[in-house]
Design a protein around this ligand. Structure first.
Ligand SMILES: C[S@@+](CC[C@H](N)C(=O)[O-])C[C@H]1O[C@@H](n2cnc3c(N)ncnc32)[C@H](O)[C@@H]1O
Length: 290
């Protein structure tokens, strides 16, 4: 691993899923939290884990929207890039019949992803590797679909990552993206946000820049749409819930604060404000490998 990749890995591992002050690992903390909620941590439903495995705006609704837009079909081999704790990987296996490999640079997230897939009964249809998205240890032409939700904004080396996607995809394979991009308002972001506590881990690109990178990497746009308004409405409803102004769906089940820390509600409010101020926008789209 190069020094730059090691540095990136260290920053992201510090940001996501850092050990608590007692030094206990994320899987141990989450197992305890499920036990306290009256759940067996080795036998969980996809509903029970949704609070900790959908680390993007819109939750499972947004993932279903993208999967439908991109026509994910039974038997397709999907690479879930920046898979986090593996929620989209399991959704694509459970609801769309895909076989999914998730890759992520955050070691603790990969451990959680493997445990949650075993606990929910999806360990034969999903697997997870801890690796940098720019160097995925899979053969050329071994995936039908590259799936990426809310992860490119953490990646400083997007052209290298897109070149890797082109190598991994079969001819005619698709890239399905649901991403955060920079908006027209160039004022500094309100920080922290869920993907960064400082500018050091935030690598937002404008939509035009991302689209140009995709074309240069050998991908043709099929459908691209701006879904900022829906994302803002969703984030607002979550912030209402987090401050107790709206009923929680599953109050005692583990939620994102266990991954992101106690300042998660502040991250959520800042993201809402950045969306409302036009500092960030949300895109979803499908590109085809030329
Ligand atoms: C906001 S989370 C989204 C996780 C997941 N896609 C989801 O929507 O639930 C961003 C993820 O991207 C991962 N990530 C960022 N840069 C990466 C890189 N260069 N290689 C692999 N994973 C990366 C982070 O570790 C983190 O898990």
């Amino acid at each position: 691993m190069s020094d730059a990749t090691l540095d990136l890995s260290r920053r992201l591992n510090d940001h996501y899923a850092a050990p608590d002050s007692a030094g206990s690992g994320l899987v141990a903390r989450l197992r305890d939290a499920f036990r306290q909620a009256g759940q067996d941590p080795e036998r969980l439903s996809l509903d029970a884990v949704a609070g900790i495995d959908q680390l993007h705006l819109g939750g499972r609704t947004a993932s279903r929207s993208l999967a439908t837009l991109g026509g994910v079909s039974p038997g397709e081999r999907v690479l879930d890039v920046g898979c986090g704790t593996g929620g989209a990987s399991r959704l694509l296996a459970a609801e769309y019949g895909a076989t999914v490999t998730g890759v992520d640079i955050t070691t603790a997230f990969v451990e959680v992803a493997g445990w949650l897939s075993a606990a929910t009964g999806f360990d034969e249809r999903t697997r997870f590797l801890c690796t940098d998205a720019a160097a995925v240890p899979l053969p050329d032409g071994s995936v039908d679909v590259v799936w990426c939700q809310h992860a490119l904004m953490n990646m400083p080396q997007v052209p290298r990552v897109l070149a890797e996607w082109r190598r991994l995809l079969v001819p005619g394979g698709r890239v399905l993206l649901h991403e955060v991009v920079a908006g027209d308002n160039a004022e500094p972001l309100a920080l922290p946000v869920p993907w960064a506590r400082s500018e050091a881990t935030s690598h937002l690109r404008r939509r035009e820049s991302l689209e140009r990178c995709l074309v240069l990497a050998g991908f043709a746009a099929e459908q691209v749409r701006d879904v900022t308004e829906a994302a803002l409405a969703w984030r607002q409803s979550r912030s209402d819930r987090e401050r107790g102004a709206a009923p929680a769906a599953a109050q005692n089940l583990p939620g994102p604060a266990l991954l992101f820390g106690d300042d998660f509600p502040l991250m959520g409010r800042n993201l809402r404000d950045n969306l409302a101020a036009g500092k960030v926008r949300i895109l979803e789209g499908v590109w085809q490998r030329r």
